[in-house]
Design a protein around this ligand. Structure first.
Ligand code: SF4
Length: 413
């Protein structure tokens, strides 16, 4: 019996490829190697890795994670930033990843190596073959240029990935591909916000990590992806006498035009109204961000501010900037348990603007503690996506399953 090293680029490309490889080489041991320092940003890298790990575990294939040496990769492709996909940058990128894979194959005593990149419909098989054969020859390892795309392989790959609810990326991986393939729609891919904002990569990663854990306990899991009206703050703040006032922007606030200088015109209850652009400042004794219960259209530009700032706000000129954006987004709910369970509890998957939210450790403890109740149908748990922006994930779940979530845990204090 021999051993084959498989360089793995992502779970969708790997899942069908590995199954076919196992059928064609039943006597050989298969070892996976996730080595993809080209992937940008790091959250995307983690997401693809977590999904690859889940896939390999389901198939019983050992997986080794390579180093995330992004800087070295960037140096290697310097000068080739504007190359099209399948161009010279991709050749360098293949050489880089496959060379390291061939070296590992040699170290592990593998007779052959291959790559799941061969499965990717957008990649050139001759280009991959040339790269793979060139680098593997140096280490005395055979390169298997397998074409599992033909004969309906590509369609089968998409079908299996969908069935297994594997995360499907929408660009090849590197920052240059991201610029070209997403045609300018890349701002949200590259900006990290504190915590796990609704619909973010961080939120998806969290859901996938909890899913992986639930599966290791043998619990039934299912994901529900849903669209929602996303809203984000691009920039914004409140100042008095040039000093920044601690603040959070209330979700669905509209932008203000320019940098506004205004006075407090009146106070009603705990709300200060400024003299321009319908700006509101809500004074809070207990200063923290708050989720919104219902999806709204535009609302007045509204800030939450600690109550102790009231006198300074009233006695000075207040400066405000705010630029927000609405866009179509996607998030997902993770359902753990049976849809016939006696009780369903919900837990927000996202975090508030101040970073408050549930941790992976909390979810793991809960699932471990309730393992029996979940398996026997007494309890089910839904990790709800985008919860702080008007509960779209809860509404979606309840609509598609016809089940109400009996209790949703509040965001931790
Ligand atoms: S487009 Fe894909 S294959 Fe080409 S350089 Fe970027 S990550 Fe590598």
């Amino acid at each position: 019996m021999g051993r084959i090293l498989v360089h793995i680029c992502c779970a969708p490309d790997a899942v069908y490829f590995l199954k076919r490889l196992r059928q064609d080489f039943p006597e050989d041991e298969i070892v996976g190697f996730f080595y993809d320092p080209n992937i940008h940003p790091y959250e995307e890298y983690r997401l693809r890795y977590v999904e690859t790990e889940r896939t390999c575990r389901q198939l019983g294939i050992k997986l080794i994670e390579g180093e995330y040496d992004l800087e070295d990769w960037l140096i290697k492709v310097k000068g080739l930033e504007d190359e099209p996909e399948r161009g010279r940058r991709c050749s360098v990128c293949f050489d880089y990843r496959l060379e390291r894979s061939a070296r590992l194959a040699k170290e592990l005593g593998c007779e052959a190596m291959t790559t799941t990149l061969l499965m990717s419909p957008k990649k050139s098989i001759p280009q991959l073959k040339e790269s793979g054969e060139k680098v593997s020859e140096r280490y005395g390892v055979k390169f298997l240029a397998l074409d599992y795309r033909k004969g309906g392989g590509t369609q089968e790959m998409f079908r299996i990935s969908k069935d297994l609810e594997i995360y499907q990326q929408d660009y090849c991986g590197c920052i240059y591909g991201l610029f070209k393939q997403k045609e300018g729609e890349i701002f949200w891919d590259l900006v990290s916000f504190k915590g796990r904002r609704p619909g973010s990569k961080e939120e998806t990663l969290f859901v996938k990590e909890v899913r992986t854990f639930a599966e290791t306990l043998g619990l039934p899991v299912r994901e529900f992806e849903f669209p929602f009206l996303g809203w984000k703050v691009l920039e914004g703040g409140v100042w008095v006498d040039r000093e920044a006032v601690p603040s959070f922007v209330v979700p669905f606030s509209q932008s203000v035009r320019g940098r506004v200088r205004a006075n407090v015109e009146r106070r009603i209850g705990n709300v200060l109204y400024l003299s321009k652009q319908f700006i509101r400042i809500v004074l809070l004794e207990d200063f923290r961000d708050q989720p919104v219960e219902t999806i709204r259209g535009l609302t007045n530009p509204t800030f939450l501010v600690p109550a102790e700032w009231e006198e300074r706000l009233k006695n000075s000129r207040v400066e405000v900037t705010l630029r927000t954006e609405f866009r179509e987004e996607r998030s997902r709910d993770l359902f753990v348990g049976s849809e016939e369970a006696e009780e369903i509890i919900g837990i927000p998957a996202d975090t508030l603007q101040d970073g408050r939210g549930y941790t992976k450790g909390f979810l793991e403890d809960l699932l471990r503690r309730e393992e029996e109740s979940i398996k026997t149908g007494k309890l089910a748990v839904v990790l709800i996506g985008a919860h702080s922006l008007g509960r779209p994930g809860q509404r979606f779940f309840e609509e598609v399953t016809g089940r109400r979530i009996d209790r949703v845990l509040p965001y931790p204090s």
